[in-house]
Design a protein around this ligand. Structure first.
Ligand code: GLY
Length: 297
């Protein structure tokens, strides 16, 4: 039985539903997670991922995405890519078709176009209106996340299956990052070890929320290594978040969320502050779990 996790109430629901549908057809976790994130990237109502997401301070949408397969630690990522969706598919192409781990900016865009991804305008009417408000000084700089804005945050997905009785984990993420960020800013999401990590010997982990802080903590790698030391997924996430609370004064500026999935199916999540929802699909059962910031406990 496969397990698929996705972050945040609205996009997570879409991601898990689409990923599961794909998994049932293909029995391939890379395909499933790519399909889940693609569905979110192409939905302009989700303001922190893909088409119609919130731009940087130049009014340009710059997207980040990554995928990692715990079978052999293969990974691929793209960052600061303009005018291409779905970037999760480009990240997967980097993983499968190049000898590199990450391509950035214009070169990532060129790689995408050379590989058949059509360039397109990602600025929807809604986003154009928000850019005008931003330029008029009517919008404060703000991180986009679900407690302040119903449209979600970085979508991070974790998957586990055991096709030959041997567990295999895949982690993937896609985001437009911090709204009105400095051009060229890259957060944790496409960084292996920060935004995602997968190792079949243990399981996989991911992050969503304030990328600068999650990256400093190497949050996904830290949580994976905690599971390697025998922690449950929940303990691993809490240990990572408590370390952030202890060492990183800005880790409560916005939610910093860590989620983990052990290779036996045990899962968990924890966050520094605020509220977080995690969608979990295990076979025929789909559930949504709510978590509260550890700064309140
Ligand atoms: N976690 C997404 C970002 O900060 O870009």
């Amino acid at each position: 039985m496969a397990t698929i996790l996705a972050t945040w109430e609205a996009p997570g629901k879409t991601a898990v539903a689409r990923a599961w549908e794909n998994y049932v057809e293909t029995l391939n976790l890379r395909n499933a997670l790519e399909a889940g994130l693609e569905a979110c990237e192409l939905d302009p109502t989700f303001l922190a991922i893909g088409l119609g997401s919130l731009p940087n301070s130049d009014g340009e949408i710059e997207l980040d995405a990554a995928m990692m397969d715990g079978a052999d630690l293969s990974c691929g990522a793209v960052c600061a890519v303009r005018g291409i969706v779905p970037v999760i598919s480009v990240a997967r192409r980097v993983m499968e078709d190049t000898r590199h781990n990450m391509l950035a900016g214009d070169a990532a865009r060129r790689f995408a176009i050379e590989n058949g991804f059509g360039p397109r305008n990602l600025i929807t009417e809604e986003i154009a209106r928000r850019i005008e408000d931003w330029r008029a000084g009517n919008v404060p700089e703000a991180y986009v996340h679900s407690t302040s804005d119903d449209h979600g945050d970085t979508v991070t997905m974790l998957g586990l299956h055991a096709p030959d009785g041997k567990p295999n984990c895949v982690a993937a993420s896609s985001t437009s990052g911090w709204a009105w960020k400095m051009p060229g800013r890259v957060g944790d999401s496409p960084i292996v070890g920060a935004g995602i990590y997968a190792d079949d010997e243990v399981g996989c982990a991911g992050a969503t929320g304030l990328g600068e802080e999650l990256w400093k903590a190497c949050a996904s790698f830290r949580a994976t290594e905690a599971m390697r030391r025998g922690r449950t997924a929940q303990e691993a996430c809490e240990e990572t978040v408590r370390q952030m609370l202890r060492r990183q004064p800005h880790s409560t500026d916005m939610p910093c969320v860590v989620l983990a999935l052990r290779n036996d199916g045990d899962f968990g999540a924890a966050l520094t502050t605020g509220e977080f929802e995690l969608w979990v699909r295990k076979g025929e059962t789909e559930t949504m779990h709510r978590y509260t910031g550890l700064d309140r406990t």
